[in-house]
Design a binder for this molecule. Structure first.
Ligand SMILES: *[C@@H]1O[C@H](CO)[C@@H](O)[C@H](O)[C@H]1NC(C)=O
Length: 356
């Protein structure tokens, strides 16, 4: 139904051991949701990534393969059902034939954590297409809870075409005989003939993880998903996280800010209220003191999750603003209020801009 086809890869039938426990490999429960599966996969893939395990490479790479197979099966509802019914063997039989695609190519960018690729830097100068940088707008809700999104992009890919083209052009000195004993040396452009190529748009589905607490400007890099280069490698696709404005919360670092309008009666007499947070949980607020316009309270641990440590949360700042009654009060009510509040006139005149 969905574009699962891209994620199918050859399980290498002969070599796969039958009957691995994919749930155990991912460290999840049988009832795990697709989102939980992706999360678990993503976390373990980071830990087990071959680039990170220089020591026992063989073991790490085997674990990485197991992990890939587990994810590949359980993230696909149809395959998962098959697997739940009769184990890995069924899935292999039914799902084979994907054709040796790199299972990790289209997942979650390049794990964006400083590994991958730094091994072969500067070895040779390969022409590279331009990077494509794209803003990926995400909601605060997604950044609070984390999410996985699929983005479809049309990737221009070079395909062989009829005919030839000039390539590897360079300047060379050639000698021409003008007459007996007379030669002329001159520079000439010399090219090779290469098979022709044409640009074809290919639809690609990329799975992007929006991690909890990511900040604006952080990038997910997808290697070789950028502009192609006729004589070299394609550039990368870089997705840059941008937070869409939210109607209730504003984020500053890991802290959240919100405003609440209360009535004058509540401001004087106290109140209780719930603020619905980004994941739907309620933040309960109780005040029995007088709340003046601009008063601000802090709720610890109700801000955004920290990107480095998702168990740490910032602060939630709630600023109150007080709505005064708009209708004219009767003389009688006015008298009653004066009596009730028994507050003398103050009428202090001061320079508020300087804080005197
Ligand atoms: C909302 O709260 C902020 C502080 O968090 C404050 O600067 C701003 O004036 C408040 N807005 C209103 C309309 O009260």
């Amino acid at each position: 139904m969905e574009l699962k086809v891209l994620f199918i890869f050859c399980l290498g039938l002969g070599t796969v051991l039958a009957g691995r426990d994919f749930y155990k490999i991912l460290g999840i429960q049988k009832s795990a949701t697709t989102n939980q599966i992706k999360k678990a996969y993503r976390k373990l893939a980071k830990e087990l990534h071959p680039d990170r395990n220089q020591g026992d490479t063989e073991k790490a790479s085997a674990q990485f393969q197991d992990l890939g197979a587990a994810y590949e099966t359980l993230s696909d509802p149809e395959k998962r059902e098959l697997y739940d019914r009769c184990g890995e063997e069924c899935v292999s039989k039914e799902g084979a034939g994907g054709g040796g695609m790199d299972p990790f190519a289209s997942f979650f960018g390049d794990f964006g954590f400083g590994f991958g690729g730094n091994g072969n830097q500067g070895q040779r100068e390969v022409a590279k297409g331009a990077d494509i940088v794209m803003d990926l707008f995400v909601t605060l809700e997604e950044l609070y809870s984390g999410n996985f999104v699929e983005i479809t992009h049309n990737k221009p890919v070079l395909k062989p075409a009829k005919g030839t083209r000039k390539c590897n052009c360079r300047q060379e000195m050639v000698t021409r005989q003008l007459g007996p004993g007379r030669f002329q040396m001159m520079q000439q452009a010399v090219c090779d003939e290469c098979p022709n190529v044409k640009l074809v748009n290919e639809e690609r589905v990329l799975e992007v993880e929006i991690e909890q607490g990511m900040t604006d400007g952080s990038e997910q890099r997808f290697t070789a998903e950028g502009e192609p280069h006729t004589d070299g490698e394609p550039g990368d696709l870089r997705l840059r996280i941008q937070t869409s404005p939210h109607s209730v919360f504003e984020r500053r670092g890991d802290d959240l800010y919100t405003n609440v309008t209360i009535s004058l009666a509540d401001a004087l007499a106290g109140f209780e209220l719930d603020i619905e947070h980004l994941d739907g949980h309620k933040v309960h607020i109780v005040r029995d003191k007088v709340t003046w316009p601009g008063a601000r309270i802090r709720k610890k641990g109700e801000g955004m999750p920290n990107y480095e440590n998702n168990n740490l949360f910032g602060m939630l700042y709630v600023t109150f603003d007080v709505q005064f009654p708009k209708e004219e009060l009767t003389t009688e009510t006015k008298e009653k209020l004066r009596e009730l509040l028994s507050q003398n006139s103050i009428n202090k005149v001061y320079n508020g801009l300087r804080g005197f």
